[in-house]
Design a protein around this ligand. Structure first.
Ligand code: AMP
Ligand code: GLY
Length: 434
């Protein structure tokens, strides 16, 4: 069958790499893709939210399965668009409809969903612009650290954590009144701070049944030792030592099952991935957020550990036939190092020539912000490449990844040297100290 992946990051290159291995895959397309996806699939120059053009492309190219990578087309209703179109409604889509995508698209919606369904999460109150003085009075009564969250999508920038009450008051006023994040900050949540260590858990569901994918740890901050501003993700490791069988059992019973049951009870036809961002607080899981998609760069560490052919699983999720499916996991450890343009997550240059790609042998290379120009591969974004080493241990996987990372060069490149280091000597009691 012909398959279309929507997106252009390292996550989408990893999906393309995995889907390409399936006997069920005939032609594979990525819209819009990057230089990496161009080497194994056909890139299609259509934007991720140009539904009309994507629809025409699918009809002309007999697409039978679509995997939606990023959140924006999901929140904008790509699934609804296809399902309402007579020529497109038979195409299988992995990704929730507009309502399901609200689990990511509105932090207020997802918080209320968790509360209604008894899912453990941080306490929170939601405020609108007309309630600024109530919000400030509420902040006065809170014990720092204070967590402020814009309700809508804000490209990973909508969460502010501060110990300074005056700063929190200033920020909430900027968000609500000055619309710092535009529509996304029409509502703002003031949330209880959860102290612990984070874990990313991935579920593929057809709305009734589910499979849990290998878990991963993401490294969000730009600087080594988890310092500096948040990014889209600077690295990932899978498996995660503190995701013990006992902890994952709690996650499944207290979070995954009530999430799926809640979706069903509320009539939300969810078919796709649910990425659960968790805090492990002294061995107890709390949901920080839901995402309606896979993580980036977690996908680049998770998919190499899945032995199954992915295409039957994706089709089963889209067709509500997931019952009886199981994930076969590779016991190896995956360590993914993200290489970025200097300056990221702030301003950075594009168009730098990437040297050394042909010399990589030990790890897997997933492209993110790259493009072909003449015979060269150029940087074309903040996150440029994700290098995944697979090994018998974190040290082994790290060595493989970093040996390939060392061969890559472009002007002003940056990466973190400490991906996975914290897990090397991890002791369970350290979970309360992070
Ligand atoms: P989010 O966009 O909801 O993923 O938040 C971004 C990051 O902020 C998370 O990955 C956490 O590191 C942190 N964060 C969000 N909410 C909380 C919370 N209630 N307590 C502590 N840290 C949080
Ligand atoms: N790595 C975090 C995310 O994909 O949102």
């Amino acid at each position: 069958m012909n398959i279309l992946i929507i997106g252009s990051g390292g996550r989408e290159h990893a999906f393309a790499w995995k889907i390409k291995q399936s006997n069920l895959c005939d032609s594979l397309y990525v819209a819009p893709g990057n230089a990496g996806t161009a080497s194994i699939a056909q890139n299609v120059p259509i934007g991720v939210d140009d539904f009309e053009k994507l629809g025409s492309f699918c009809t002309e190219n007999h697409i039978e399965l679509i995997v939606v990578g990023p959140e924006v087309p999901l929140v904008k209703g790509i699934r609804n668009f296809f399902e309402q179109h007579p020529k497109l409604k038979t195409i299988s889509i992995v990704g929730p409809d507009k309502t399901g995508a609200q689990l990511e698209g509105s932090k207020d919606f997802s918080k209320q969903f968790m509360l209604r369904n008894g899912i453990p999460t941080a306490k929170a109150r939601t405020f609108q612009a007309a309630e600024l003085s109530a919000a400030i009075a509420y902040l006065n009564d809170c014990t720092p650290p204070l967590v402020l969250k814009a309700d809508g999508l804000a490209a990973g920038k909508g969460v502010i954590i501060t110990t300074d009450k005056e700063e929190a008051k200033q920020v909430i006023s900027e968000m609500l009144v000055d619309k710092k994040f535009g529509e996304a900050s029409t509502k703002v949540l003031i949330e209880e701070f959860l102290s612990g260590i984070e874990l990313s858990v991935f579920v593929l569901t057809d709305g009734k049944d589910y499979v849990i994918l290998p878990e991963a740890k993401d490294y969000k901050r730009i600087g080594e030792g988890d310092t500096g501003p948040n990014t889209g993700g600077m690295g990932a490791v899978s498996p995660v030592v503190f995701a013990s069988a006992d902890f994952m059992q709690k996650v499944e019973e207290r979070i995954v099952k009530p999430t799926i049951a809640g979706l069903q009870r509320e009539g939300i036809d969810y078919r796709g991935f649910i990425f659960i961002g968790l805090m492990n607080c002294n061995g107890e899981p709390y949901v920080i957020e839901y995402n309606a998609r896979m993580g980036d760069p977690e996908t680049q560490a998770v998919l190499p550990r899945i032995k199954n052919d992915l295409v039957p699983l994706l089709l089963a999720a889209a067709k509500v036939e997931l019952k009886g499916n199981h994930i076969e996991t590779d016991v190896q450890t995956a360590v993914t190092v993200v290489m970025v343009s200097g300056g990221y997550p702030g301003d950075y240059a594009k168009g730098k020539v990437i040297h050394g790609i042909k010399e990589l042998h030990e790890a897997m290379t997933f492209h993110a912000g790259t493009k072909y120009s003449g015979g060269d591969i150029l940087t074309d974004g903040g996150r440029v490449l994700a290098i995944t080493g697979m090994g018998t241990s974190i040290s082994d996987a790290r060595e493989k990844a970093y040996r390939d990372v060392a061969k890559l060069k472009w002007e002003e490149l940056y990466f973190r040297n400490d991906i996975g280091l914290d897990l090397l000597n991890f002791r369970p009691d350290a979970s309360s100290k992070h």
